[in-house]
Design a protein around this ligand. Structure first.
Ligand code: MV4
Length: 509
């Protein structure tokens, strides 16, 4: 066996903010590693600044002037003597040049090699790379490099309609267009290229057959620098709105042990195809007939990693640090067992009664749910001001239950306990979702929230408020601020939860 130097970090710089910065600081604390926080002018009083051993100002609130300023971050690393950087998710996490610069400066990047980030960052290249490794992808273009409109128009009929135009630099649905027939393709190609150009500075696109009614299921993988690669099972991420995930769970009720093993092996193969090291996620589309297709790989820690932690018992951030220190994985594939069920609700400062508009302002009061099987990862506290500069996600509410039904019951209970006053949140949305029969029965795909999920139940509450408004405008003004704290809707099922669980579990045996 090759001997590798083990790096004992003394200090980790956390190049992020909010709940994920807090999450990383916590892992470092438990491992006895010092922490350095960085912050913008809007985040002087943020939780990650308070929890870190040291904290340094980067610049003004906008990300471009603070969390994206790699030059400032390297200055802080030098000044503080940090020997590693954890990028979290977003910001600089998937920037090949940032990871490379860390290497040049002798700072350990807690993440994959720059070459792996690059290989998976270009979606067209990623497709070509995993195809060679025998990974199933959605039928589509297979050429690497830029293709002209003429090329794409010629190939399209052999792929078949409907198809999707996707941006090679893409992700998150930007520059994506659904094409129903050849006639409309030219126009849609132009608009996809325009959007990709303005979003990523790269108008290159590729084609894939459209998979309708698919679920979005992703696999967590861990890889060490000795070539050991394991998977930690899947996360079901189909509950999303406009490409923003709202709820994730593990395991997926759609995946049985046999399919999990098959997809897990393919996930491992995909990671090996780019010589992957550290934590990563392979996204798949799974159609009604359980055919699965590689979609893309995320070369970072993900928002929804806690649901995997809850059912496997693996501390993913601690493993990331261990891997970056040049040590072997703590687990072999055989030691990974899925235990129970976990659900995560993303708590966003946005108003579900008003088109999910971002809500800003000071959190005056908050009461966190606690108790058995409940975990809250948050970066905010009473007195903290939510600004419009960053992602609206202010907390992740994660529950664990022995079964999916018990996890749902626990989530309903935790959502009831949660009080946030001062900003609107999407808690009422999640409460309505927890009452949805389709969600309970697992009958959903990626179109569920936008097409099948009725906000009528949520709207009903609003209608009542509007009636009150007509009578007593002043009372409503008061209610608006109180609503988030008071909106607890009961229904008959609450009085017979156990009967309901029993019936539901018999139904799904
Ligand atoms: C697809 C697809 C159907 N067929 N590709 C959306 C964002 C990008 N990551 C990939 N996406 C999709 N690609 C084929 N060939 C449907 C989606 C998609 C989707 C994927 C995952 C989660 C939510 C989604 C919502 C709409 C469309």
């Amino acid at each position: 066996m090759t001997t590798k130097k083990t790096l004992m970090f003394k200090k980790v710089l956390v190049a992020n903010r909010g709940e994920i910065a807090v999450r990383i600081i916590r892992a470092c604390r438990e491992l006895g590693i010092g922490t350095v926080a960085v912050f913008s002018e809007a985040d002087r009083h943020a939780l990650h600044v308070r929890y870190a051993d040291e904290a340094y100002l980067l610049g003004p609130a906008p990300s471009r002037e603070s969390y994206l300023r790699s030059d400032k971050i390297f200055e802080v690393a030098e000044k503080s003597g940090a020997d590693a950087i954890h990028p979290g998710y977003g910001f600089l996490a998937e920037r090949e040049d940032f990871a490379a610069k860390c290497e040049d400066l002798g700072i350990t990047f807690i993440g994959p090699k720059p070459s792996s980030i690059a290989a998976m960052g270009d979606k067209g290249k990623a497709r070509a790379t995993v195809i060679k490794a025998g990974v199933p992808v959605v039928p589509g273009t297979e050429d690497v490099g830029n293709m002209t409109d003429a090329d794409l128009l010629r190939i399209a009929p052999s792929i078949g309609f409907p198809l999707l135009i996707k941006a090679t630099a893409g992700g998150g649905g930007k520059g994506m267009r659904e094409v129903k027939n050849l006639d409309e393709m030219q126009t849609l190609l132009a608009s996809a290229r325009r959007e990709a150009e303005s979003s990523f500075g790269d108008g290159n696109v590729y084609l894939e057959k459209l998979i309708e009614g698919a679920r979005h299921i992703e696999f967590q993988i861990l890889a060490d620098s000795f070539g050991n690669v394991i998977h930690l099972g899947e996360r079901e991420c189909s509950i999303q709105r406009r490409h923003q995930k709202l709820l994730e769970e593990s395991p997926s009720i759609f995946i049985d042990d046999e399919l999990r093993e098959k997809m897990g092996n393919i996930a491992v193969k995909s990671a090996q195809a780019v010589d992957y090291v550290n934590a990563g996620t392979i996204e798949f589309l799974v159609d009604k007939d359980r055919n699965f297709y590689f979609l893309e790989m995320n070369t970072r820690l993900q928002v929804e990693h806690p649901v995997t932690e809850m059912v496997t018992g693996v501390d993913i951030v601690a493993e990331q640090i261990r891997i970056a220190r040049g040590r072997q994985l703590s687990y072999t594939q055989n030691q990974i067992k899925i235990n129970g069920h976990s659900i995560e609700c993303r708590i966003n400062a946005e108003d579900p009664f008003n088109g999910f508009m971002p809500s800003t302002g000071r959190i005056t009061h908050s009461l966190l749910p606690t108790g058995p099987g409940v975990r809250v990862d948050t970066g905010v506290y009473p007195g903290f001001e939510i600004t419009p500069f960053y992602d609206p996600m202010i907390a992740k509410l994660i529950v664990w239950g022995e079964t999916r039904a018990q996890a749902i019951l626990r989530m309903r209970r935790a959502l009831e306990e949660y009080r946030i006053v001062g900003v609107r949140t999407n808690i009422p949305f999640h409460q309505t979702l927890m009452d949805s029969h389709r969600f309970m029965g697992g009958q959903f795909d990626t179109r569920f929230v936008e097409e099948r999920f009725s906000m009528e139940d949520v709207m009903e509450v609003r209608t009542i408020d509007t009636e009150i408004a007509a009578i007593l405008a002043t009372l409503v003004a008061h209610q608006q601020t109180e609503r988030n704290a008071n909106i607890v809707r009961r229904n008959e099922r609450d009085t017979s939860n156990w009967k309901w669980v029993g019936r539901w579990e018999r139904m799904h045996r």
